[in-house]
Each structure stands twice: as structure tokens, then as C-alpha cells.
Design a protein around this ligand. Structure first.
Ligand code: ATP
Ligand code: MG
Length: 261
């Protein structure tokens, strides 16, 4: 991560993908939660206005204030911040069809005004809305699956970010059920660093059921450890999984197996 965060007191990172369903929302939530756990001031924004589910994943079903209202009225984004029980700050999007026309081009410097780390959960693909998010971000984290169909979209996305002179933090290779394309190959094709590989983990869906980010709900699960490592790397902090992580994970799964019977 560059030094922008310290000089300006804030850093805006868009989490995007060339293809839908790669794990942007899960990645945004878990990186934001771990950055918060590491003492950073973090706000996460739902910028997927067509199919918002960040709030839903965190148990906020009918938010009092949303990014849509902030953009369509004089209210600033600060007024749309909800504090989740985990301590994380988030700005949900409206689930109402009345707001389908909300235009992200009126964002101006709204993200940056929030201060601290701002993680922007973008919609899928390279729509105008995603371009607007990137315009108002310092950098990009691209999320892909290790499949040709997803990686080709990642190539286009990273090219776009370069054309826009945006820093690319790197690529998160998520949901490693397939090994169609290895991470080294993804790094070669895109010319970007791979920040980490997130394994397929049943606990991801369980954490959504619990309405909490995985790194909070099951911090020693395999996917949580992978997200925590990436968050540490973003801050240039060392993350050494200890042997006790395996023991904690074993007890977690034991408790789970009893619960789910
Ligand atoms: N590492 C993983 N292991 C298991 N399931 C995962 C993993 N990552 C994501 N998922 C599941 O995949 C689904 C899609 O994830 P997510 O909503 O984060 O994708 P998205 O890129 O934000 O989708 P969209 O493009 O629709 O916004 C979710 O049901 C999530 O639980
Ligand atoms: Mg999403």
C-alpha cells in the first residue's frame, strides 16, 4: 500500500471484479473487519446499487439512511453511516426500486471526506458506476476466481485502473475450488501482484447467516486466516499463524458439528 493513507489521513480502496459473483462483498467485509481489528478507522460502502447486499450480509435490512439518499440530497455520506455490532462502520445502499437511477457520478470527493480507510464494495463488471467508484478511489483490489472466464474480466479491470492512473493493490484469488489458472499465471497475465488465495470455506456462508464477517465470526477458519494475512500485508504488518490456530479451528469445527446435528 502506498503512503497516501498517512499523508492525507485517509485511503479509499475500490474492491471490484470484471465478472459478477467472484466474492467482492465477502472480501470487502473481511478486509475491512480485519483492518478495523488492527486498529484502523474503517468505513465500508455498498456501491453495488443495482444489487446491494452488503447491508443484508450484516443484518441491516431496512436502513434509515443510505448512500442513495446521500447522493440525491444534500446529506453527506457521514449521515448514512451505520455502526455494526462488530464496531465496523458501514454505509448501506437502498433496497428500494425507487432509487434505481441513483447516479454515482455525483460522488465527487465524498468517499475521501469520510477519512480513514474507505473500502468500496463495487458492483460487478466495468459499468459506469464502477468507473465512478474507481475515479473517486486511490486504489483497486481486484477479486477473481481462478477460472479463465473470471480472469479475462480481471485483465480488463486492471487495464482500466492503469488507464485511470489508479494504484493496484493487487488481486485476491477467491474460492479456490478450481485450479484452472494458477495464481502465478494470473499475476503474469495481469502484471499485478496476487495478494492472496482464499480457499473455498463453508464458514463463509455460515458467517453470512450469522450476519458477521468471517474474520469476526470464525477468525481461525482457513478463509479467515487468508483474509487476515492479506489485511496484515496491506499494512506491512507481519502475520504468523501459530500452531494454536489449528487447535482453535479444530474446536470450532467440533462445536459446529454438534450445533448442526
Ligand atoms: N471463499 C469462499 N468460500 C465459500 N463461499 C464463498 C467464498 N467466497 C464467496 N463465497 C460465496 O459466494 C457467494 C458470492 O459472494 P459475494 O456476494 O461476495 O460475491 P460478489 O462478487 O460480491 O457478487 P456480486 O457480483 O453479485 O456482487 C456468496 O454466497 C458467498 O457466501
Ligand atoms: Mg457483491
Amino acid at each position: 500500500m502506498s503512503s497516501d493513507e498517512d499523508s492525507s489521513g485517509g485511503r479509499v480502496i475500490s474492491v471490484a471484479s470484471g465478472k459478477g459473483g467472484t466474492g467482492k462483498t465477502v472480501t470487502s467485509l473481511n478486509l475491512a473487519m480485519e483492518l478495523h481489528n488492527l486498529g484502523k478507522d474503517v468505513t465500508i460502502i455498498d456501491a453495488d446499487l443495482e444489487d446491494p447486499n452488503l447491508g443484508i450480509n450484516m443484518g441491516i435490512y431496512s436502513p434509515q439512511s443510505t448512500i442513495n439518499e446521500s447522493l440525491e440530497t444534500d446529506k453527506g455520506l457521514v449521515e448514512a453511516i451505520h455502526i455494526h455490532e462488530t464496531g465496523i462502520r458501514l454505509v448501506p445502499a437502498s433496497l428500494s426500486i425507487n432509487y434505481l437511477d441513483t447516479n454515482l457520478s455525483s460522488l465527487e470527493s465524498a468517499f475521501g471526506n469520510l477519512g480513514g480507510y474507505v473500502i468500496v464494495d463495487c458492483g460487478p463488471g466495468l459499468s459506469d458506476k464502477v468507473v465512478s467508484c474507481l475515479e473517486h478511489s486511490d486504489s483497486l483490489i481486484a477479486v477473481t476466481n481462478p477460472m479463465r472466464s473470471a480472469v479475462s474480466g480481471t485483465v480488463r479491470l486492471t487495464e482500466l485502473a492503469r488507464d485511470m492512473n489508479k494504484e493496484i493493490e493487487g488481486i485476491v484469488v477467491n474460492n479456490m475450488t478450481s485450479k484452472e489458472i494458477r495464481s502465478e499465471e494470473i499475476a503474469n497475465i495481469t502484471g499485478c501482484d496476487v495478494l492472496g488465495e482464499i480457499p473455498y470455506d463453508i464458514n463463509v456462508d455460515k458467517s453470512i447467516v450469522r450476519k458477521k464477517p468471517l474474520v469476526h465470526h470464525k477468525p481461525y477458519s482457513k478463509a479467515a486466516l487468508a483474509y487476515r494475512k492479506i489485511a496484515h500485508d496491506l499494512l506491512d504488518k507481519e502475520f504468523q499463524p501459530k500452531k494454536s490456530h489449528h487447535i482453535k479451528r479444530y474446536f470450532d469445527s467440533l462445536v459446529n458439528s454438534l450445533k448442526w446435528k
